[in-house]
Design a protein around this ligand. Structure first.
Ligand code: ADP
Ligand code: ZN
Ligand code: ZN
Length: 680
């Protein structure tokens, strides 16, 4: 009888693989292969694991070795390269391999009762593959775009490229035409067809792109991978990618871990976007993993942005990444908007709006053009307060305020989701005159409707788009010209191509200028450039207003605003990099953050103190444990410990040893380690 020892990983926090025996049930049963799923019993439970190695022997005594129950043959095994990617991610982020490899697969596939695959697949072919949309007119690339597309499609081997192009410069067009060139060069049978992975920050906010891709590549199967898919859908798309049928895979960060046997090009659109960082569980950077994957497979990768992350910019400056530049907007006669500051000390706002911004809005209304007011704070007011006794609406469970949501008649905590009715009077002194302090999008909307009763005002934020599909309806109504003034949070800042929008007003960006987070100004700059980039995406109409961005600020002299006005990312980025170098901050140093949380802060701090002292290591700086800025969330106190090292391998070696020690510490605190943290 054929038999073998299988090394198997499971989705458990236990950091190792487990040996099991496999015995053929009869002679016809094929040998198990690495990358296949198996069903077995572990700790008296039936679970599904993955084979990561085969062997003739085991350190486990023969009488202790258990047999696997079944090997699943219906799927082609996950490839060795895919497993290597998971192993890299697991090692780099200090997690067990099983916790990376298994959750990356669709639930239906790793369920105890696997679904019948044939019927799944047929449905996908019907809905996704045979796509007979009429091909659309493809824009003729301008010379800069053409050069970029040719360079990308013509690159051989590992070729990381920064596509640095101003908002509206037609980066998408470049990716798609480079993709088209690569797909057009495919020869031979179906098994050799190239796959192209396109990562975007959020799919739900950019349905235009998906439609565009499908129309552009009729007959080519396009798979989408993001967390908004229902399980069945997710499995079909994942399978289409795994089986090599889908040739274009459009996805959010999680798609970086998809199985793509014929991957030939990776595109990361808006590579600077914070949503490429997973903030729980395996806290990975999809951008960094994508670069590793491209290197592993020796294929080109394109990172596109108008405001690249400083990490990427640093690589481009040092020549590690090639830099391609698009300096102008692609649409004929569309120009970057003129950006101006409004000094709020001189032009005092009423209802949150300075007189200059109000007259700019009036002008757009008269010309039948659209305006966008960007206020990155949802709700009516961030807090309500009692003038008489000083009471404020603190959340009882978090170090934060309860936000007033007036249309919903609620106070809401944005951190723990606690909801309360709005108190009729002050809970401490009974005063009935409670005041909202500050302004969120709901309050701005209310004020605008009074100020411009004839205007069609629409607010788009997480509250107004809770129902599935409602964001799409809202954005459609803007595109269809049913909206005069759009109010929005960061949801409206990215990607949208509003053709009739000529004014962007930016309210209250100042708080980020003085944040303790050293990345705050990099982020603010990117956000302002993004939202400013919504204006003037079409040529100025005859008799129409020029495109314009107005920033209301109390600090008009701040150099960040000067850089935004000059659309000058180059100098701004260079000066930020200089600051980072002097202050020994990333990308000039490598960091890891150990977080701990417990019912009492002392428990968390105590754990971190023990962690800080458990090993000595040359070249590693271990900072003091400190409570997190927002210490308490949902009745749990949180603290953190920062580790720094000037060398990445040095940090990695330390972390591996350290993790082994940390697992020995007895504590009631829950803890987790994050490598390359972005929120410190
Ligand atoms: P980016 O991603 O760089 O912000 P987009 O890809 O959204 O820019 O392109 C902005 C607009 O320019 C889109 O409406 C797109 O259709 C258009 N566009 C892109 N390339 C061209 C071109 N070569 N000629 C005309 N219009 C173009
Ligand atoms: Zn009071
Ligand atoms: Zn709370």
């Amino acid at each position: 009888m054929k038999q073998s020892i299988l090394q198997i990983v499971l989705d458990t926090p236990l950091d190792s693989s487990f040996d099991y025996r496999w015995q053929a049930s009869d002679d016809s049963e094929p040998l198990p292969r690495v990358g296949q799923l198996v069903q077995l019993s572990f700790a008296r439970r039936e679970v599904v694991g993955m084979i990561v190695g085969l062997s003739d022997e085991s350190d486990v005594p023969a009488d202790k070795l258990k047999n696997v129950q079944a090997v699943r043959h219906q799927l082609p095994p996950l490839s060795v390269q895919w497993l290597a990617l998971c192993r890299f991610a697991a090692d780099y982020y200090q997690r067990p391999l099983g916790e990376v490899a298994l959750p990356g697969l669709p639930k239906n596939l790793r369920a105890l009762k696997p679904v019948a695959l044939d019927r799944g697949l047929k449905k996908l072919q019907q809905t996704e593959a045979v796509h007979d949309a009429t091909p659309i007119d493809v824009a003729r690339l301008n010379p800069a775009q053409q050069q970029a597309a040719d360079a990308i499609a013509g690159a051989r081997g590992f070729a990381p490229t920064l596509l640095y192009g101003v908002t509206g410069s037609g980066k998408t067009e470049v990716y798609l035409q480079a993709a088209a060139q690569i797909l057009a060069h495919d020869e031979g049978g179906a098994e050799n067809q190239s796959q192209i992975l396109i990562l975007v920050p959020e799919i739900n906010l950019t349905p235009q792109l998906e439609g565009n891709i499908r129309a552009r590549f009729p007959g080519v199967m396009v798979a989408t991978l993001h967390s908004g898919l229902a399980e069945g859908e997710r499995m079909r798309h994942w399978l289409a990618a795994h089986l090599g049928q889908a040739r274009i895979i459009l996805g959010t960060r999680l798609a970086v871990l998809a199985s793509l046997p014929h991957l030939k090009l990776i595109v990361i659109d808006e590579e600077h976007d914070p949503s490429y960082k997973q903030q729980e569980g395996l806290r990975y950077s999809a951008r960094d993993l994508a670069v590793w994957r491209a290197h592993q497979l020796s294929i080109p990768i394109v990172l596109g942005s108008a405001t690249p992350s400083l990490e990427t910019w640093h690589h481009a400056q040092s020549g590690r990444y090639k830099k391609l530049e698009l300096r102008e907007r692609a649409v004929k006669d569309a120009v970057l908007p003129k950006v101006r500051r409004i000094d709020m000390e001189r032009d005092k706002p009423s209802e949150g709006l300075t007189s200059m911004l109000v007259s700019a809005l009036k002008q757009r209304l008269e010309h039948g053009e659209q305006s966008l007011l960007f206020l990155n704070r949802r709700g009516y007011a961030p807090v309500i307060a009692c003038d008489a006794c000083g009471w404020v609406s603190n959340c009882t469970r978090c170090t934060s305020f309860m936000v007033l949501h007036k249309p919903e008649h609620r106070l809401r905590c944005h951190h723990c989701s606690l909801e309360l009715r709005i108190p009729k009077s002050c809970p401490t002194c009974g005063n009935v005159d409670l005041q909202p302090l500050g302004r969120g999008t709901q309050r701005l909307e209310e004020g605008l409707k009074v100020m411009f009763p004839e205007a069609r005002v629409l607010r788009i934020d997480a509250d107004s788009t809770r129902r599935k599909g409602s964001a799409q309806i809202a954005f459609d109504s803007v595109h269809n010209g049913e909206v005069d003034i759009l109010i929005g949070t960061q949801m409206v800042a990215k990607g949208h191509d509003f053709k009739n929008l000529t004014l962007v007003g930016i309210l209250n960006p100042d708080t980020a200028l003085f944040s303790h987070d050293y990345r705050a100004s990099e982020r603010l700059f990117a956000q302002l450039m993004q939202v400013a980039g919504r204006a003037g995406r079409a040529a100025q109409k005859e008799g129409g207003s020029p495109s314009e961005v107005l920033i209301q600020t109390r600090y008009p002299q701040h150099p960040l605003y000067a850089a935004v006005i000059a659309h000058d990312y180059d100098h701004f980025a260079s000066s930020l990099l200089e600051e980072r170098e002097q202050a020994c901050l990333p990308p000039y140093i490598y960091q890891a953050l150990l977080r701990a949380e417990a019912k009492e802060l002392e428990t968390a701090i105590e754990f971190l103190q023990q962690a800080a002292h458990c090993i000595e290591h040359a070249g590693i700086t271990i900072h003091d444990p400190i409570p997190m800025t927002m210490t308490r969330v949902a009745n749990v106190d949180r603290a953190q410990l920062l580790i720094e090292c000037p060398s990445r391998p040095g940090l990695q070696a330390f972390l591996t040893d350290w993790m082994a020690q940390l697992r020995q510490i007895k504590t009631r605190a829950k803890w987790s380690l994050e490598v390359d943290p972005v929120d410190i």
